[in-house]
Design a protein around this ligand. Structure first.
Ligand code: ZN
Length: 253
C-alpha cells in the first residue's frame, strides 16, 4: 500500500478503491494527531483514558483531511449490529449508536471505525454507490459480521455481492494471532486457518467469509500489514495494552 503524507498525517490507501473518485477512503495511522504517550498521537477513542479535548481535536483533523461534512462513528462492542443509513434516515449526532458496522448511500458522511489490532473492512459497491465500514475483531469473525453486512447491503440497498469490492485494514497478522484456548472461542471451521499451534490467520478467515457471502476472490484486498509488528504506524492492543485507536474512514464524495 502506498503511503501519502498529507500535512502531518500518514494516510494509507488501497489502490483498488482509489480508482473510484466517488469513494474517499483511508487508514489514518497513529501519526499526525496531538495526543501524548501512550495515545501518541492520532487517537480517536474516548474510551481509552485519553483527554477528551485531544480526542476532539484528533477527530477534527480527520474530518478536515477528508473534507467530510460529518463523521459518523459508533460505540463498537465486538457485536454484530449493522446500521443502514439511507437518505431518509435522520442522523442524530448525540446518540452514538451501539453497533459495529454502518452502511450508507449518503454523500459527505464519513463512516469511521476505530481500531487497534481488529480488522477494519471497507465494502464498496461502485454500481449502487453504497459503502460500508465494518469493525471486525476475532469476535466479529466468530459472529460473521462481514457476511451479515453483505446480506444487509443486498437487502437494504439492492447490492449484488459479485459487484462488491472489499478491503481489509492493517490488523493483527498471522505472525501475532495467538489464541490460546481457541477451542473455547472459535468454531470448528476456523481450525482450517490455523498456521501453527494456537496461531490463526484471521485475514484468511475474513477472505473466506467474504467469498462465502458471494464476493469474487479478485475483489477482496487485504493490506497484510500487522499492527502489532508496526508500532510506529499503528496502535496495537496486544502490543501495548494501554494505547489509542487509529481510524479507517470510508465516505461517498
Ligand atoms: Zn505481527
Amino acid at each position: 500500500m502506498p503511503q501519502k503524507n498529507r500535512d502531518r498525517l500518514t494516510i494509507l490507501r488501497f489502490p483498488t478503491l482509489s480508482r473510484y473518485p466517488i469513494l474517499k477512503h483511508g487508514i489514518c495511522s497513529r501519526r499526525g494527531g496531538i495526543s501524548a504517550t501512550p495515545f501518541k498521537s492520532l487517537n480517536i477513542s474516548y474510551n481509552v483514558g485519553d483527554q477528551i479535548h485531544n480526542v476532539q481535536s484528533n477527530l477534527r483533523i480527520i474530518q478536515h483531511a477528508f473534507a467530510a461534512q460529518q463523521l459518523f462513528f459508533m460505540n463498537q462492542s465486538h457485536g454484530s449490529t449493522v446500521i443502514s443509513l439511507s437518505n431518509n434516515t435522520e442522523i442524530h449526532h448525540k446518540n452514538i449508536p451501539q453497533a459495529d458496522a454502518a452502511i450508507t448511500d449518503i454523500r459527505g458522511i464519513a463512516l469511521l471505525i476505530s481500531l487497534a489490532d481488529c480488522q477494519g473492512a471497507i465494502i464498496f459497491d461502485p454500481h449502487q454507490k453504497v459503502v460500508a465500514n465494518v469493525h471486525c475483531g476475532w469476535r466479529g469473525n466468530v459472529k460473521n459480521i462481514l457476511g451479515k453486512v453483505v446480506k444487509q447491503m443486498k437487502l437494504d440497498f439492492n447490492c449484488q455481492p459479485r459487484q462488491l469490492l472489499a478491503a481489509i485494514s492493517p490488523s493483527l497478522g498471522p505472525c501475532c494471532g495467538e489464541f490460546k484456548g481457541y477451542q473455547e472461542i472459535f468454531p470448528k471451521a476456523f481450525e482450517a486457518f490455523s498456521i501453527k499451534k494456537n496461531f490463526f490467520d484471521l485475514w484468511a478467515v475474513s477472505r473466506w467469509q467474504l467469498e462465502e457471502a458471494g464476493l469474487k476472490k479478485e475483489n477482496i484486498n487485504i493490506s497484510e500489514i500487522c499492527t502489532r509488528c508496526n508500532p510506529d504506524l499503528f496502535f496495537s492492543f496486544r502490543g501495548e495494552r494501554k494505547t489509542g485507536r487509529f481510524g479507517i474512514v470510508a465516505m461517498l464524495a
